[in-house]
Design a protein around this ligand. Structure first.
Ligand SMILES: [Zn+2]
Length: 90
């Protein structure tokens, strides 16, 4: 199963396993910044959760970007509107 890069630094992730209280647990961690997913007894689920985290981080980047850009778009639309408006009524 493919591992997406780290959502923080886009570093290379690694799957590690350990025994916790006799249960085989899995964890995905970043080899660059050390960010780690929670421990889980399902290896595939651990990887899926890690991959989803990147999707969420990408989504957050987009939302932040759009929220930052939206006021400028409104201002530009207003300027274009008032410019073309002035042009029409001239
Ligand atoms: Zn990282």
């Amino acid at each position: 199963m493919r591992l997406e890069p780290c959502p923080c630094c886009l570093g290379k992730p690694e799957v590690s396993d350990m025994r916790v209280a006799g249960i085989h647990m899995w964890q995905v961690h970043c080899t660059v910044c050390g960010l780690a997913s929670e421990l889980d007894d399902d290896r595939v689920f651990s990887i899926q959760r890690w991959n989803r985290r990147l999707e969420r981080a990408r989504m957050k980047t987009w939302v932040t970007f759009l929220a930052g850009v939206l006021p400028f778009l409104v201002v530009i639309a207003f300027l274009i509107g008032s410019y073309t408006g002035a042009f029409i009524f001239r």
